[in-house]
Design a protein around this ligand. Structure first.
Ligand code: AMP
Length: 456
């Protein structure tokens, strides 16, 4: 399948070619024709699947009728509105809009909190066709009347599940009241909680459902491994892993802002160039850290979940969970930062005995066992504590599988005395693991009924 066959205009095809894309990703191949046909779309797609282009390209194609070079603000009404949960994602989506619209005379901008509102007001007053916004800051603009949404033709809710988690649903519903009833609606979400289905029911018109990857699936391109370690030794182990594996660019997750600050300081002491990003940092500091990380000036970016949401870093080789997230779905989001667009990546988790239950929640959700490796001097004695007796045996079965049938996971480094313990012949029940070539499970049951009554 080619982009040409999807019916996109030559100006857009040229921009896609400049971006180096040769063929559409599965979500693009499925969503673009449906969006072009004018239907509402509800899509289950995670970051890293190419979802941004799947809604931006057909939206730009349809909005191209509004192209003009007039300086009059009245000729540049907001026609496409994209709501995103975080500042970083909003800025990133807008950068994609600019990339794909470089040969079109359409204006775009993004507005989000944490920065001065005045320059945003000035830009909105000059007029834009495509606006990418976080919900809270958009409401500020609506209250100040710096933006008019009465001409919106496209509404996109990007990462709707994240917006739900972050408590944006009341804001989003308030924003709906500023929009005209006749418009095309697109909703993208990695997961479909009941409240997302209710929201979809309330604002979408008979949406076409599209899903490209199993809900909560982790990409096969990411090799996952866990190291058992006591909390007191995590920092030392992390520094050793970074050095041993010669990690030049690593994104590290902590569960708290103070934890992120402390860890970044400690890594600097170990001669690892590290910076923390979280919601207490100014927007400028976060953007600068991200830019320097992308350029390779910063080796380790230590982030909380919120700060890292939606981050798109080309060819990020490794993600480390310094602490396991308490919500298993956050694990899927975290490790989805690596192994994107078909590249390979590694996700390393440092697991203390106290975090054992989070590890099993994650394994239940992703329906695979994460191999445990023991780093000499750090966790051999912790292995049984973390794994538990049964789990321990499960892992031994996992290891017993022939190498050819497994993904490209490195052979675990096991100390000899552990290897003996890791080879019991006990029969155990193991979580199903998808083997290469095995069909994906499609979560049709997780999606709402095909016909959703229009309420607007
Ligand atoms: P997204 O899921 O929208 O965050 O996109 C993930 C990454 O895939 C981004 O870096 C895009 O630039 C890249 N990408 C999107 N579509 C394609 C494509 N058709 N071919 C190659 N890369 C793509």
């Amino acid at each position: 399948m080619s982009f040409e066959s999807l019916g996109l205009s030559p100006d857009i095809l040229r921009a896609i070619a400049d971006a180096g894309y040769t063929e559409p990703t599965p979500i693009q191949a499925q969503a673009i024709p449906v969006v072009l046909s004018g239907k509402d779309v509800m899509a289950g797609a995670q970051t890293g699947t190419g979802k941004t282009a799947s809604f931006t390209l057909p939206m730009l194609h349809k909005l191209a009728v509004h192209q003009n070079t007039s300086t009059s603000p009245a000729r540049h009404q907001v026609r496409g509105l994209i709501l995103a949960p975080t500042r970083e994602l909003a800025a990133q989506v807008e950068a994609s809009v600019r990339t794909y619209s470089k040969y079109l005379s359409l204006r775009s901008t993004s507005v989000y909190g944490g920065v001065h509102i005045d320059p945003q007001i000035a830009e909105l007053r000059r007029g834009v066709e495509i606006l990418v916004a976080t919900p809270g800051r958009l409401l500020d603009h609506l209250h100040q009347k710096s933006v008019n949404l009465s001409q919106v033709e496209f509404l996109v809710l990007d990462e709707a599940d994240r917006m739900l988690d972050m408590g944006f649903m009341p804001d989003i519903r308030r924003i709906f009241s500023y929009l005209p009833p006749r418009r095309q609606n697109l909703l993208f979400s990695a997961t479909f909680a009941e409240e997302i289905k209710r929201l979809a029911n309330d604002f979408m018109h008979d949406p076409q459902l599209i899903e490209v990857a199993r809900r909560n699936a982790t990409a096969d391109t990411v090799t996952q491994v866990a190291y058992p370690v006591g909390n007191d030794h995590k920092r030392r182990l992390l520094a050793q892993i970074i050095k041993n594996e010669k990690l030049e660019q690593v994104l590290i997750f902590t569960n708290t802002k103070t934890g992120a600050n402390r860890l970044a300081h400690q890594l600097i002491h170990e001669n690892i160039n590290a910076v923390a990003i979280h919601s207490d940092k100014t927007q400028q500091a976060r953007m600068q850290a991200l830019a320097e990380f992308k350029e390779g000036k910063i080796q380790a970016l230590v982030a909380t979940d919120i700060a890292a949401r939606g981050l798109d870093i080309d060819d990020l080789p490794c993600v480390v969970n310094f602490e396991l997230p308490h919500s298993a779905e956050d694990y899927v989001h975290r490790i989805g930062r690596t192994g994107r667009a078909g590249t390979s990546g590694k996700a390393i988790s440092l697991v203390s005995p106290e975090e054992k239950r989070y590890l099993s929640d994650i394994e239940k959700l992703i329906k695979r066992v994460i191999p445990l490796e023991a780093m000499p001097g750090f966790g051999a004695e912790r292995l049984v504590e973390v794994a538990g007796k049964d789990h321990y045996h499960e892992r031994s079965k996992e290891r017993a599988r022939p190498v050819a049938a497994r993904k490209v996971e490195p052979e675990p480094r096991i100390e000899p005395e552990l290897a003996l313990e890791l080879a019991p012949d006990t029969e155990i029940k193991r979580a199903p693991i998808r083997r290469p070539g095995q069909k994906r499970e499609v979560a049709a049951l997780l999606l709402p009924p095909r016909s959703i009554p229009a309420t607007e």
